[in-house]
Design a protein around this ligand. Structure first.
Ligand code: GAR
Length: 187
């Protein structure tokens, strides 16, 4: 199963996928890693692992539509079976969703449909929930919407900050993402 992984940030989930693929048996090949901005740690991790790495820099395009078209073209060039949004902080265009219908997988650090968006951990803490978690789902054209594949609950502990909670969620998120990818890859 060939995947393209899209990242915007530090790429710790990407690293977990790289490590799981390297340890063998997952049935997954990372065809390429793409980013919406240059110079991130996610891009560095990808290059360090010797993976094909591309950047479709959002700021290089005069219009949103041009960026949408460039992202679709860059990803499609690798003919992936699945595209994985792993901390990719952009909503893709409906044309992208159409091209990879049912094959665009997103991870989110909350139990969707609660707390979608860029601040899932912060929003869950602000609400005062005692249990949050992570979700892996097939993304549609909405913000962190689309059919849920799997979720893991994570308790909010007394004294948690957004950072400590997010770190614990990410531990669960990495395991969940790798499990889901392994299941998708199984013939
Ligand atoms: C992850 O927790 C991911 O779920 C989240 O960004 C983090 C990226 O971490 N994504 C979203 O919030 C999407 N709405 P990473 O760059 O270290 O893998």
């Amino acid at each position: 199963m060939r995947i393209v992984v899209l990242v915007s940030g530090t790429g710790s989930n990407l690293q977990a996928v790289i490590d799981a693929v390297a340890s063998g048996g997952l049935g997954v090949e990372i065809a390429a890693v793409g980013a919406d901005r240059p110079g991130t740690f996610g891009v560095e991790r990808s290059a360090a692992a010797g993976l094909e790495t591309f950047v479709v820099n959002f700021n290089d395009f005069a219009t949103r539509a041009q960026w949408d078209a460039a992202l679709l073209e860059a990803v499609a060039a690798y003919s992936p079976d699945y595209v994985v949004s792993s901390g990719f902080m952009r909503i893709v265009a409906p044309s992208f969703i159409d091209a990879f219908a049912g094959r665009y997988v997103n991870t989110h650090p909350a139990l969707l449909p609660s707390f979608p968006g860029a601040h899932g951990v912060r929003d869950a803490m602000a609400y005062g929930v005692k249990v949050t978690g992570c979700t892996v789902h097939f993304a549609d054209a909405g913000v962190d919407t689309g059919p849920i594949i799997a979720q893991t609950p994570v308790a909010v502990l007394p004294g948690d900050t957004e950072e400590t909670l997010h770190e614990r969620i990410k531990v669960a998120e990495r395991e969940l993402l790798i499990t889901v990818l392994g299941e998708l890859a199984r013939p």
